[in-house]
Design a protein around this ligand. Structure first.
Ligand code: ADE
Length: 426
């Protein structure tokens, strides 16, 4: 481990060159963030602001961090999952002078130690993926909310749900912008990002043929829908399990079979949980799975697959290949658990492709900027969860289209008048 106290702790600084190349590759696919870097590198609107981030340390995240730094921010970073850090990228950021505490394969105690290190510089702004940084501040340093922090942003569905619950309880001590709820985030990152990267993770960990397999997707939210669509595209027979009637209905109209997990467990070849809730796959499901079943999770936390339950039916286990553990059940069946039940797309692959993270992270950047600009005007948003402005969404989509060389039509003044006119009928 390479460490400079108060500045960084990463696996191996010698990996910096490799990490820099990965970051350069991501930069070449993230034109919106690069345009923001260009736009704000002279004016440095974040000058004097300290941003603490807790989000997967990937090549795409590095481009976001570099964009903040270019715009004048002081940044301190940790990863938001023990298995998602790319050690080469972490080394590259440390070598470039960024304060970063992250390495692949850390334990839970180290995970929180890293978050604590990023709080030592008393951030004004927090950036989360899963809300662990916000929770740590609320639990261990509640006074920060008054003394230093002006606001935060949250990247993911799970985090936003929890923060809304906190806000409803009156427990949220500073305003948070729900980046996840931007249309240019959830309608792209959650669907196409999760869809592709989850299958990428499953394939890297297994290299199995997907065509003809029964793939059970638990949860038909945006992430589950993305996984189901991509699996179908590769020739799999997709089965969806759901708890929400409207979501289940949508899945049937997409042509997927919908059934209870109790029934799906018996026929599935590959399982992917994408629900955001715990105990989706439990003991009785493991007991009825086929020999050779592959089990994975793409939800934020590793609680969707009940691991103690899996262990309780197991007589032995071994790593059969990277990110793939074979559990032999007491009745002799083999169940393969990918990436220890953690986010398979980030632990076994590289997370969402740069092209979608470009939009998600443009939303992060713009939302942090909004908090800083309001602060400069003496405005503090209410201590609740805030949506991003519609204009920000449209602007990010407009720039993204432009970078793809795509032009779209514009409403004429007459058409605009028509839309707003409620006096005429048929
Ligand atoms: N979440 C999902 N994919 C990601 C990526 N490539 N970088 C950061 N966070 C992510």
């Amino acid at each position: 481990m390479d460490q400079k106290v108060g500045k960084y702790k990463v696996r191996d600084l010698k990996m910096a060159k490799e990490g820099t190349r990965l970051i350069e590759w991501a930069e070449s696919r993230m034109p919106v963030l690069m345009a923001l870097q260009e736009k704000y590198k002279k004016t440095k609107p974040f000058k004097g602001y300290r941003i603490a981030g807790c989000l997967h340390v990937t090549k795409e995240t590095a481009v976001l961090v570099k964009t903040f730094v270019a715009a004048g921010a002081d940044v301190s970073w940790s990863g938001c999952n023990p298995l998602s850090t790319n050690d080469a990228v972490a080394a590259a950021l440390a070598a470039q002078g960024v304060s970063i505490f992250a390495w692949h394969g850390m334990n839970v105690k180290e995970f929180y130690w890293c978050i604590e290190q990023t709080l030592k510089f008393h951030p004004n702004l927090t950036l989360d993926d899963g809300a662990d940084l916000i929770f740590t501040i609320h639990k261990s340093h509640p006074e920060f909310a008054q003394k230093f922090v002006i606001g935060g942003t949250e990247e993911t569905t799970t985090g936003v749900h929890r923060l809304r619950a906190m806000a409803a309880d009156g427990a949220l001590r500073y305003p948070v912008i729900a980046v996840n709820d931007a249309e240019t985030k959830w309608d792209f990152d959650n669907v196409y990002g999760t869809g592709q990267s989850t299958l990428d993770g499953i394939l890297r960990a297994t290299s199995v043929l997907l065509a003809g397999k029964n793939i059970v997707v638990a949860g038909f939210g945006h992430c589950g829908r993305g996984v189901a669509q991509r699996a179908k595209g590769l020739g799999a027979n997709v089965i969806v399990t759901e708890v929400k009637p409207t979501a289940a209905l949508k899945a049937t109209l997409e042509g997927f079979r919908v059934m209870k997990m109790d029934d799906a467990a018996k026929v599935g070849d590959i399982f992917v949980t994408a629900t955001g809730v715990k105990d989706v796959i439990v003991k009785r499901h493991f007991q009825s799975m086929k020999d050779g079943a592959i089990v994975s999770n793409t939800g934020h936390y590793d609680c969707e697959i009940n691991l103690p339950d899996l262990l309780s039916v197991t007589k032995g286990k071994r790593e059969i290949r990277e990110n793939n553990e074979e559990y032999v059940t007491k009745d002799g069946r083999r169940i393969y658990l990918l990436a220890q039940g953690r986010l398979v797309n980030l632990a076994a692959a590289e997370g969402h492709p740069s092209e979608v993270m470009d939009m998600s992270f443009a939303n992060q950047f713009m939302s942090q900027l909004r908090l800083a600009e309001l602060h400069k005007k003496g405005v503090r948003l209410e201590n609740t969860v805030h949506d991003i402005p519609e204009a920000q969404d449209q602007e990010i989509a407009r720039v993204k289209l432009g970078t793809n060389g795509i032009k779209i039509d514009k409403l004429t003044p007459d058409q605009l008048k028509y839309i707003e006119d409620y006096s005429s009928g048929t």
